[in-house]
Ligand binder design. Structure first.
Ligand code: NDP
Ligand SMILES: O=CC(=O)O
Length: 313
């Protein structure tokens, strides 16, 4: 079995060694320009078109992350990049769920305990206890309730917050109120105090967090964008912060990354920023998942994690 690997920033040598350990029966190599030698599996992130195009013998392509938007957008421009019938897999969880839980829980608690207000008071040397927020006024709404959104919902339920989610299909997560489809988006937003985005980037979700959506949230709401920058209309977010509809935002992803130095988001006192690190690929867990999935494919089984090209995620 031959496996080709391409990632523009990962430590390729350590991945090749790790994969070889997980799959001793395989020949694993870094893909380099001009390599047309046979391959059964391709492990990729931002792959050059020529790495995959025409490789009809592939049994599977693995994205080395959770989101497949960059691969699918390339595929749109170069439909021959993924030969027909070759399944595309993505990383499902592989350690990202826990990271997303850490990120979301810590930020929700930060807002709930009013540490943002106390931080602002500190700038004025102002010693002033504030009214406590009540959990019943702090409904958390998850846009996207899949592998990661589901785990974030679970962790926030454990902290006693009212939690609701919105997805394409109805969910049955214990303690979580589920809304599904465009027709239930309004009901989902009505009363949501903290909006957490964990949607995939698809034509249906681009720009979804815009002025019209923000207006439907509870007053003094908060936005946590953990998914993709294109989901959020940054100018609308800034306007909602400045007109008082939103109390704060924490953003991990941006329409342009790295976020340009002249972006007004950097300077806004009620916007917190991290550089797309909410959940990173954990090599050991990712390699174990890939090896397990390859073994399932080799046995003729149908593994989890296959991307629906029709739905775009
Ligand atoms: N910032 C970071 O560091 C990271 C960001 N991400 C981002 O998080 C995203 C989510 O990951 P993951 O949870 O694994 O993805 P999943 O595919 O498991 O979940 C996606 C969820 O979004 C819902 N959804 C998709 N399209 C729509 C729509 N049009 N309307 C309503 N709901 C919709 C799905 O509904 P249904 O369940 O019904 O299918 C599902 O609940 C990734 O696509 C990636 O962009 C991921 C990892 C790290
Ligand atoms: O944003 C990261 C990913 O894995 O997707």
């Amino acid at each position: 079995m031959d496996i080709i690997f391409y990632h523009p920033t990962f430590d390729t040598q350590s991945w090749l060694a790790g994969l070889q350990q997980q799959l001793p029966e395989a020949r694993v190599r870094e893909w380099r320009e001009g390599d047309n030698q046979p391959a059964d599996y391709a492990l990729v992130w931002h792959p050059p078109v020529e790495m995959l195009a025409g490789r009809k013998q592939l049994k599977g392509v693995f994205a080395l992350g959770a989101g497949v938007d960059s691969i699918l957008s390339k595929l749109k421009a170069h439909p021959d990049m993924l030969p027909a019938g070759v399944p595309l897999f993505r990383l499902e969880d592989t350690g990202m769920g826990l990271q997303m839980q850490e990120y979301a829980v810590s930020q929700v608690l930060h807002w709930f305990r009013r540490f943002d207000d106390y931080q602002a008071q500190k700038q004025q040397a102002n010693w002033q206890p504030l009214d406590e927020y009540r959990r019943e006024d702090f409904t958390i709404g998850l846009l996207g309730a899949g592998v990661l959104g589901g785990q974030v919902a679970e962790s926030l339920i454990a902290w006693g917050f009212p939690v609701r989610c919105w997805s394409r299909s109805k969910k049955d997560y214990p303690g979580v109120t589920s809304f599904a489809g465009a027709e239930q988006l309004g009901d989902f937003l009505n009363g949501t105090r903290v909006l957490i985005n964990l949607l995939p980037n698809t034509p249906q979700t681009v720009g979804i967090i815009n002025a019209g959506l923000l207006e439907q949230l509870a007053d003094e709401a908060y936005v946590l964008n953990l998914a993709r920058g294109v989901h959020l209309v940054e100018a609308d977010l800034l306007a909602a912060l400045d007109n008082g509809k939103l109390k704060g935002a924490m953003l991990d992803v941006f329409s342009q990354e790295p976020l340009p130095v002249d972006s007004p988001l950097w300077k806004h006192p009620r916007v917190a920023i991290t550089p797309h690190i909410a959940a990173v690929t954990r090599p050991d867990e990712a390699m174990a998942y890939i090896a397990r999935t390859i073994r399932q494919i080799e046995k003729g089984e149908k593994p989890a994690g296959e991307v629906s090209l029709q739905h775009g995620y």
